[in-house]
Design a protein around this ligand. Structure first.
Ligand SMILES: *Cc1c(COP(=O)(O)O)cnc(C)c1O
Length: 450
């Protein structure tokens, strides 16, 4: 409770006063089921009244510990003082003009911040959008305009969004693609260095997977046809897979040698989440383009493509944009979020969260054979659950049961992974260490009751 919480006035405590979901949430859930499309799911149907710091309060008066951050969005908390202050002031001045009609300073300031914070000291430019998927789509447009090539290479276990092109880029059928085709053409998928499941072991995985990926691109697509290679430096929805050491640098070198635009999709891993401004910094990677969203604006909808000025400028005037892209309130939120990240040194906070989580989880792994692997960086940590450590058979039922048990105790956790067997932890970076440990106590108890 003594920790910095980004200015949230909410009591930083777990409080469970009803069943979860409670009666008022159940009532709202009935109304929701009647009018909200069934295709829009919810992990945990407790209806929120307030959120901030490391907690989410619901309509029944429960206060949940938040290990999800609205899927890695509210890294500064869901009501950070600087975000609320700047966005409120902007809201009162004007809500919208459309940057393509009459521009405003906030948009330019966000692009200046992006140029400063993203890796590399080359000249950079940005374009702003509303969602991560839209940023990824635009990165592809820009790479195609620049290279005058069409093919796009993506990776096993990759996730890039739910629009038509980004469904094509996404690896997993259910629930993201099933029944929604046909998908965009000229998308090619190659292996990624998933150390835990690499047949010859994690040590060999980086160079072997890179060689396989490059061989497939060369043989099946032709390097000279490839406009862009897109990868998440830490794969999010796919299971918090950190490509084994050496994999990313080899892919970047291949892209550079062949005039291919290398795009780092840092939508989930960016903005202090992994203990760096961007996860690709850990291997000294300088992407040609970088896509950001999620953590960028403290919960307001904003996304960006940032990259080498000569690549970004290759699309003709009027070729990029959108009515709401870079909305002034969202830009003000982003400037507040970035201010908070700098002031509270949230990279250091993310590293401390990693230390606490990995320390506790490795003790649990010794006791509970269901934990096959612990991985991730900063405040992007996951455990992969298996039926048996020898065969590594995925245990999605265990992941589901654990999530459910945690929810009942007032800890919000999310699952992910191609096999649905990964429990992922994405707390707000401003969460107090007492809440962090309380959440881990709940996970430990739930593991004991599996
Ligand atoms: C969430 C996500 C997206 C899509 O972002 P939306 O804002 O949901 O469209 C794209 N790439 C990655 C890596 C993501 O985690």
């Amino acid at each position: 409770m003594t920790e910095l919480t980004g200015g949230s006035a909410l009591p930083q405590e777990r409080r469970v006063v009803t069943a979860i979901p409670g009666p008022k949430s159940l009532e709202l859930q009935a109304r929701r089921t009647a009018t909200v499309a069934g295709g829009v799911g919810s992990v945990l149907p407790v209806f929120t009244t307030r959120a901030g710091g490391g907690v989410i309060e619901d309509v029944d008066g429960n206060s949940l510990i938040d290990f999800g951050s609205g899927i890695a969005v509210t890294s500064v908390g869901a009501s950070a003082e600087a975000v609320v202050r700047r966005a409120s002031a902007q809201l009162a001045n004007f809500t919208h003009t459309c940057f393509m009609v009459t521009p405003y300073e906030g948009y330019v300031e966000v692009c200046e911040q992006l140029a400063e914070l993203t890796p590399g000291d080359h000249a950079k430019k940005s374009a702003l959008f509303n969602s991560g998927a839209e940023a990824v789509e635009n990165a592809v447009k820009i790479a195609r305009a620049y290279t005058k090539r069409q093919a796009v290479v993506v990776f096993d276990h990759g996730y890039h969004g739910r629009t038509n092109l980004t469904m094509a880029l996404t690896a997993k059928n259910m629930p993201y693609k099933h029944g929604f085709g046909p998908f965009a053409p000229e998308v090619y998928r190659v292996p990624v260095a998933y150390g835990y499941r690499w047949p010859t072991g994690a040590e060999n995985c980086g160079p072997e997977a890179a060689a396989q990926a490059i061989d497939q691109i060369t043989k099946q697509v032709g390097a000279e046809n490839v406009a862009a290679i897109i990868i998440e430096p830490v794969l999010g929805e796919g299971g918090f897979i950190e490509p084994a050491k050496g994999f990313l640098p080899a892919i970047v070198k291949f892209a550079n040698d062949n005039g291919i635009v290398f795009v780092a999709d840092e939508i989930q891993s960016g903005f202090c989440r992994t203990g760096q401004w961007f996860a690709c910094e850990d291997e000294g990677i300088v992407p040609d383009l970088i896509t950001t969203a999620k953590g960028i604006a403290g919960g307001l909808p904003l996304a960006a493509v940032t990259g080498r000025a000569e690549i970004m400028d290759s699309a003709h005037a009027g070729g990029l944009g959108g009515t709401y892209g870079g909305n002034p309130v969202a830009c003000a939120g982003a400037l507040g979020a970035i201010e908070t990240m700098r002031e509270l040194d949230l990279n250091a906070k993310a590293k401390r969260i990693e230390e606490v989580m990995k320390g506790r989880l490795s003790v649990m792994q010794e006791k509970f054979p269901v934990i096959g692997d612990i991985r991730g960086r900063g405040a992007m940590i996951a455990i992969e659950l298996v039926k048996d450590r020898e065969t590594k058979a995925p245990a999605p039922e265990a992941a589901g049961a654990l999530a459910k048990a945690c929810h009942a105790e007032g800890l919000l956790v999310l699952t992910c992974g191609t096999y649905g067997n990964v429990l992922r932890f994405l707390p707000p970076l401003v969460i107090g260490e007492d809440l962090l440990n309380e959440g881990l106590d709940i996970i430990e108890a739930a593991l004991g009751n599996l």
